[in-house]
Write a protein that binds this ligand. Structure first.
Ligand SMILES: [Zn+2]
Length: 347
């Protein structure tokens, strides 16, 4: 323990941050593997990375995150097939988030936590960030939140919460609330509309968040996610509106069916729905990520515009990424929230 503490003065050094960001980018590279392979039921451990076009294994010196993409100019060294710039994006964002996690876990709480507990906090934050990246991009690709990812994660992050000295009831309550609220929205929606409301995958994602961050984390993730999702959806609508009519018809007026529907529509977490949604031409601009998914999911709407070419704009927007985004925000903000609460309580 003493040997560990001797490293403490270096923790706030710029070199430590550079190391942490590079470490995060390496894990981002692993996240890319998970995002690609987990939905296909493939192993994320073996075989090693290979080109999707010519299947040549990636050489060890071309496996350097971020930089390899740049020096290869985003192409396979053997066959020249282009790799999606998203690989670069996932590596860079994961690296950056590891840097923020280091700041939040190790540097910002230096006054009131011993060094070894802060290192543990960083490890947990980093694992949580990585998980949110994997869930976000699988959900964007497949409108799917995998049980084999969320269910073990609920147990792991409940345990992690205990290591961070949370009361045992906090994570339990958070996980139950997270799943329960989505289950309830789904049940009400099903009763009123006779169709799936919010996918239960979103509920399991919220249960992971609640298991680590308690009920406050669930509330922030759900409402923060709905808020950010609404802004992004409205922004995309503004863009869609300016495109030539042929690309976007029909273009119904925005319709918000109340907060429940706004929250409820977003969870496109079932394969069948995703396929139905992909075939739809309705940009579906209701209030939230919600509206897009809801419009896209309506079977009646699939009759419109079979002649139009499919485009990225017609892909339903899943709610999961917005929940994950808000959860990561709360993860980093939570110590500050707690300090303010403690400070106000003392006065
Ligand atoms: Zn290749």
């Amino acid at each position: 323990m003493e040997a560990l503490r001797s490293w403490e003065p270096w923790a706030t050094h710029a070199g430590a941050y550079a190391f942490v960001v590079a470490f995060g980018a390496l894990w981002g590279s692993f996240a890319n593997v998970c995002i690609y392979r987990l939905p296909q039921g493939l192993s994320v451990v073996s075989p090693g990375s290979r080109c999707g076009a010519c299947m040549t294994p990636v050489r060890w010196y071309d496996n350097v995150p971020i930089f390899a993409y740049l020096w290869l100019r985003g192409r396979c060294r053997d066959c020249g097939a282009a790799f999606s710039p998203r690989y670069l994006l996932v590596e860079a964002v994961t690296g950056a988030l590891f840097g923020v996690a280091w700041w939040a876990a190790v540097e910002a709480s230096a006054l009131w936590e011993p060094f070894e507990l802060r290192l543990l906090r960083f490890a947990i934050y980093a694992a949580f960030v990585l998980l949110m990246m994997v869930i976000t991009f699988i959900d964007l690709d497949h409108q799917l939140i995998l049980d084999k990812v969320t269910l073990p994660a609920i147990a792991v992050f409940y345990g992690a919460g205990l290591l961070l000295e949370r009361h045992w009831s906090e994570g339990l309550l958070g996980a139950l609330l997270g799943y329960g609220v989505v289950w309830l929205i789904d049940a009400v929606y099903r009763m009123l509309r006779g169709q799936d409301g919010m996918g239960l995958g979103d509920g399991k994602l919220l249960a992971v968040i609640g298991a680590l961050l308690g009920w406050r984390g669930v509330v922030v993730a759900l409402f923060g996610g709905a808020f950010v999702g609404s802004i992004v959806t409205l922004g995309m609508l503004a863009v869609i509106r300016r495109l030539p009519a042929a690309m976007t018809e029909p273009s119904p007026a925005p319709a918000v069916d109340g907060p429940a529907a706004a929250l409820a529509g977003g969870g496109q977490t079932k394969v069948s729905e995703a396929q139905g949604g992909a075939a739809s031409k309705d940009p579906g601009p209701a209030g939230a990520p919600a509206g897009v998914a809801e419009g896209a999911r309506d079977p009646e709407d699939e009759a419109d515009g079979d002649d139009a070419a499919p485009s990225a704009l017609e892909t339903p927007i899943p709610f999961g990424p917005f929940i994950a985004f808000a959860a990561v925000f709360y993860l980093f903000a939570e110590p500050w929230v707690q300090i303010s609460v403690a400070f106000l309580g003392r006065r």
